[in-house]
Ligand binder design. Structure first.
Ligand code: ADP
Ligand code: GLC
Length: 467
C-alpha cells in the first residue's frame, strides 16, 4: 500500500507531545512491514536545517529505509517560535495555517504524480482533508481510489472557529451545515474529519468507548456514535529502540533489568539537579508532561499539602499553561526540601526524570492513550494513574493483582483516591524485594508498534475494499 501521513508534529522534527511520537514512529513500522510510506508536515522554524530543498513549495528528508518526510513551506504561517501559539494564546490565524496544510497536502500529492491509497490524518489540524477529498476533489481521477483515515489523539482539541471564517476555508460554503463542518453555529475541523473520513480511529480501545459518552465526548459524542461503525480503538505503541535504559544516550550509566542499582545513581543525579536531599530510602515521584487541565494538576494542587506530609519527594517537568507553570514553581519554593520543578521542554532531561524517579505521577482527568506511563514502565518507574483511556488499557493495579500488576490505580479522581494510591505505593516501596520484583515486571511490559501497525493495516485494507 502507498500511505501518506499528514500531521502537525512529528518527532524528531517538531514535538509538543505524544502526537509527534506516534507520527514519528508508526510510519517507520509500516515501512518495515513492507508498505510505501511518506509523511507531510509543516516546515516550521524548528525544522529549518533538517531538510533539503525539494521544490519551490517543500523541503524533504529521508528517514528509515526510504521514507520521505516532506516539509510544506509557508514562511508567513510556519516561521514562528512555537507550533500552535505563544504566551498570548493560540495564534489567531491557526484556521489559515492549518487549512493551508490541508489544501497544500492534496495539491502537493497531485504534483508528485503518483496516486496514494491512504491519507492518514491526525487530529483537528488535518481534519479538513477528508472533506476536501470528498468535495473539492470529488470526481478527480487522481484521488479516485484514495481513502482517508482520521486518528483522534485528543478530542478536546477540535479546531473551532467562527462561522464568519467559512470563506477562508477554500471549500464550498454549503458545507457549513450540521451534517458536515458546522457544530453549534461554529466551524469545527475535527467534526468535519469525523464525518468525512472513510475510517476513524482513537488511540486506545478504552478511549474509543469513552468518546461515545456524554462525559468524555466533548460535545461530539453524538457525531461519534453516529459514525461508530467506522471507529476503531487502536492502542499506541512505544518506540522501544528510543526508550531503552540499556542504550539510552542521555543516561550514564545505562541500566538493564538485572542492574537496577544503576537506577539509584540516576535518582541521586536527579535529586542533585533539583537541589533536593540526596537520599535513596525516600521515593521520588516524577511527572513529565504538558501542563494543562487534562493532566490532573489541579488535583495534585489540592492534595499537595497532604502529599508533602508523607516521606516522598516530587519532581515536575513540563511546559504549558502559565497558571500551572506558576503553580509548580510555587510548590517547589514552598517545599524546597521535597519538591522540584523544571519548567521547560527538554528531551534529554526528561530521560533523567524517567530514569531517576521511583514512581510516575499521572492523575490525568482523561488520557486518550498516554505514552509517558509506558516510558516510565520501561525505565522501571512505577506509574500511579487514573483508570481512564489508555491508562486503563496499560496499567494494572499491583495491590490487587501482584502477578500482573505494574502500577497503582487511583480508586477515584479525588484527593482521597490519590492519597490512598500513594500510600499503597509507599507501602510497596518500603518492602525492597517486593518493589524490585515489581520494577522488573514493569520493565518487561511491552506495547509494540508492530502489533498496533498491523491493526492500522487492517483498517486501511477495510477502507480500500470499499474503494
Ligand atoms: P500528550 O500527548 O498528552 O502530551 P503523551 O503521554 O502521549 O501525552 O506524550 C507526551 C510526550 O511528550 C512524551 O514523549 C513525553 O516524554 C514528552 N514530553 C512532555 N513534556 C515534556 C517536556 N517538558 N520535556 C520533554 N519531553 C516532554
Ligand atoms: C494526545 C493524548 C495522549 C496520547 C497522544 C498520542 O496528545 O493526550 O494521551 O498518548 O496524543 O496519541
Amino acid at each position: 500500500m502507498r500511505i501518506v501521513f499528514v500531521a502537525s508534529e512529528v518527532f524528531p522534527f517538531a514535538k509538543t507531545g505524544g502526537l509527534a511520537d506516534v507520527c514519528g514512529t508508526l510510519p517507520l513500522e509500516l515501512e518495515r512491514l513492507g508498505h510505501e510510506v511518506s509523511i507531510i508536515m509543516p516546515g516550521y522554524r524548528c525544522t529549518d536545517g533538517r531538510h533539503q530543498p525539494f521544490n519551490a513549495h517543500a523541503g524533504v528528508t529521508t528517514i528509515g529505509k526510504d521514507l520521505k518526510v516532506y516539509f510544506l513551506r509557508h514562511p508567513g504561517f510556519y516561521d514562528r517560535s512555537e507550533l500552535y501559539g505563544d504566551a498570548a494564546g493560540d495564534y489567531p490565524d491557526n484556521i489559515d495555517r492549518f487549512a493551508f496544510l490541508c489544501h497544500e497536502t492534496l495539491r502537493f500529492l497531485k504534483g508528485l504524480g503518483t496516486p496514494v491509497d491512504i491519507i492518514h490524518c491526525h487530529d483537528w489540524q488535518t481534519g479538513l482533508i477528508p472533506a476536501l477529498l470528498k468535495e473539492n476533489y470529488a470526481g478527480d481521477p487522481f484521488f479516485a481510489r484514495t481513502r482517508s483515515i482520521l486518528t483522534i489523539h485528543n478530542l478536546a482539541y477540535q479546531g473551532v472557529f467562527p462561522k464568519e471564517d467559512m470563506s477562508r476555508l477554500g471549500i464550498d460554503g454549503k458545507l457549513f451545515n450540521p451534517g458536515a463542518l458546522e457544530f453549534y453555529e461554529k466551524i469545527n475541523f475535527l467534526k468535519g474529519g469525523i464525518v468525512f473520513a472513510d475510517h476513524i480511529t482513537a488511540v486506545s480501545p478504552q478511549y474509543a468507548r469513552e468518546i461515545q459518552t456524554r462525559e468524555w465526548g466533548c460535545g461530539l459524542e453524538g457525531v461519534i456514535r453516529q459514525n461508530k461503525e467506522r471507529l476503531a480503538g487502536i492502542l499506541n505503541g512505544l518506540d522501544y529502540m528510543h526508550w531503552d535504559p540499556s542504550t539510552d544516550i542521555f543516561l550514564d550509566p545505562p541500566y538493564t533489568d538485572g542492574g537496577l542499582q544503576a537506577k539509584a545513581i540516576h535518582k541521586g543525579k536527579l535529586q542533585q539537579a533539583l537541589r533536593l536531599p540526596v537520599v535513596d530510602d525516600i521515593p521520588v515521584f516524577g511527572f513529565v508532561g504538558r501542563l494543562c487541565y487534562q493532566k490532573g494538576l489541579d488535583l495534585l494542587e489540592s492534595a499537595f499539602d497532604d502529599l508533602m506530609k508523607r516521606p516522598l519527594q516530587a519532581v515536575f517537568m513540563g511546559v504549558g499553561e502559565e497558571k500551572y507553570q506558576k503553580l509548580l514553581v510555587k510548590l517547589a519554593k514552598k517545599y524546597s526540601q521535597q519538591c522540584g520543578a523544571i519548567i521547560r521542554y527538554d528531551e534529554s532531561f526528561s530521560h533523567m526524570v524517567y530514569a531517576g524517579s521511583d514512581f510516575f505521577l499521572m492523575p490525568s482527568i482523561y488520557e486518550p492513550c498516554g505514552l509517558t506511563q509506558m516510558i516510565s514502565l520501561r525505565y522501571g518507574t512505577i506509574p500511579l494513574v487514573t483508570a481512564v483511556g489508555g491508562l486503563a488499557d496499560t496499567v494494572t493495579d499491583f495491590s490487587r493483582e501482584e502477578a500482573r500488576g505494574n502500577g497503582f490505580i487511583m480508586s477515584a479522581h479525588s484527593v482521597e483516591g490519590l492519597l490512598e494510591a500513594v500510600d499503597r505505593a509507599l507501602g510497596v516501596f518500603s518492602r525492597q524485594e517486593l518493589f524490585n520484583g515489581l520494577r522488573i515486571h514493569a520493565m518487561a511490559c511491552r506495547w509494540t508498534w508492530e502489533s498496533s501497525a498491523r491493526h492500522y493495516i487492517e483498517c486501511y485494507e477495510k477502507c480500500l475494499r470499499s474503494a
